[in-house]
Write a protein that binds this ligand. Structure first.
Ligand code: PLP
Length: 397
């Protein structure tokens, strides 16, 4: 029996076991080399073993790993200050994952209304196709039957709305028990569906009209991936009250955060919420090192330049291989192709070309290079995609 048999069988793992990584490349113990355009599902924002991140974590590892949120953690305070200076937010709560960041946002929204004498105001409106994590509350928020089945009653207080049904949204928002609207500005797992900018602006106005808090889930689309630091910044007057961030925030080290305005966070007083590990010195060394690079002038311009290059190449592939690919999806380097063949066939063909991508809902294949990807590396990816498409379309004839 292989050692993998000792694990929960919650994943159908591909037969790839990386031993080390460098930039966009992964190497297994036999020296096989893979082009990693999955980035650990939009996590490795600067690729593998980025020297600045490695240096920062190594230095911190020799100094201090963990204390507790019972004490001041200077690196955490610095990271929070930098995030608030760069965004709409005034306050940050650090945790260890996307789902935890969402849990914090949901609790903060409910507690905000509770604190104002409206304990009955606890409902969260979400959208079909959303993915917010795998905890009991976040599977209820996502509302997808395949993730809810078998886990007892769905946590109360989450209503899903159809994507793009404005009338249903208007009617639902008028319900006085609604505490917040929760949305991904660009759906990740759901198939890279971007909410049009005017919709985000409209959501903000609707929330203001009804005293509802607006929560963005930028776990996947945040931290520069769409070409803005956060995806909602593509829209005018659409800042949220609360925002969940994770994935790229630690560059591969588990870091999550809930960002909030001063007002939205006002009911989160001592003892109301907590975490053992969240924001510990080692995690914050990684997080601050990521920010050293991502917040540098010119970084987001590079993301936009590379996104354009990738999109042009993908558009040509969609034109030339209509039996394999249908259309381009996503924003910035949160890129994908909706496939005509099953996306799992395309994924497997790309494994054959030693290239890693990530499947998503709606038969989409996500192409998520690190944000510091080069023009040359994108060219290698496009060549491999072309070889895979050629093989798949020949097989089809
Ligand atoms: N929200 C979004 C948009 C995500 O893509 C994910 C994970 O893929 C999550 C939340 C949950 O994050 P985590 O797996 O870190 O709990």
């Amino acid at each position: 029996m292989s050692a993998a048999a000792s694990l929960f069988e919650t994943y159908n793992r591909a037969p790839i076991a990386a031993a080390r990584g460098e930039g966009v490349w992964l190497y297994d113990s036999d020296g096989e080399q893979y082009l990693d355009f999955g980035s650990g599902i939009a996590v490795n924002v600067l690729g593998h073993a980025h020297p600045h991140l490695v240096g920062a974590v190594q230095q911190q590892a020799g100094q201090l790993w963990h204390t507790s949120n019972l004490y001041h953690v200077p690196g955490q305070e610095r990271a929070a200050e930098r995030l608030t200076q760069a965004t709409f937010a005034d306050k940050v709560f650090f945790c260890n994952s996307g789902a935890e960041a969402l849990e914090c946002a949901i609790k903060t929204a409910r507690r905000y209304h509770f604190d104002r004498g409206q304990a009955d105001r606890f409902k969260i409106l979400t959208f079909e196709g959303a993915f917010h994590g795998r905890t009991l509350a976040t599977i209820a928020a996502g509302g997808q039957p395949k993730y809810l089945e078998g886990f007892g009653p769905k946590v109360e207080g989450f209503d899903q709305l159809a994507f793009g049904d404005h009338d249903a949204l208007q009617a639902a928002a008028a319900d006085p028990s609604v505490a917040a609207i929760l949305v991904e500005p660009v759906q990740g797992e759901g198939g890279l569906r971007a909410l049009p900018a005017p919709c985000l602006t409209g959501l903000r106005a609707l929330c203001d009209e009804h005293g509802i808090l607006l929560i963005y889930d930028e776990v996947q689309c945040g931290m520069g991936r769409t070409g803005k630091l956060f995806a909602h910044e593509h829209a005018q007057d659409a800042a949220p009250d609360l925002m969940a961030v994770a994935k790229a925030l630690g560059g591969g080290f588990p870091v999550g955060a809930c960002l909030a305005t001063q007002e939205a966070a006002s009911a989160m007083t001592p003892g109301v919420h907590g975490t053992t590990y969240g924001g510990n010195p080692l995690a914050m060394a990684a997080c601050n090192a990521v920010m050293d690079v991502v917040l540098k002038e010119g970084f987001l311009q590079h993301v936009n330049d590379m996104a354009l290059r990738l999109k042009q190449g993908l558009a040509s592939l969609v034109d030339r291989f209509p039996s394999v690919f249908e259309e381009i999806r996503g924003k910035g380097l949160l890129t994908g192709i909706k496939c005509r063949l099953p996306n799992t066939d395309v994924l497997a063909a790309l494994y054959g070309e030693k290239m890693l991508t990530v499947p998503a809902g709606d038969n989409v294949l996500r192409i998520l290079p690190p944000l510091n990807v080069t023009d040359e590396e994108i060219k290698v990816a496009l060549d491999r995609l072309e070889r895979a498409a050629l093989k798949l379309s020949n097989k089809d004839l």
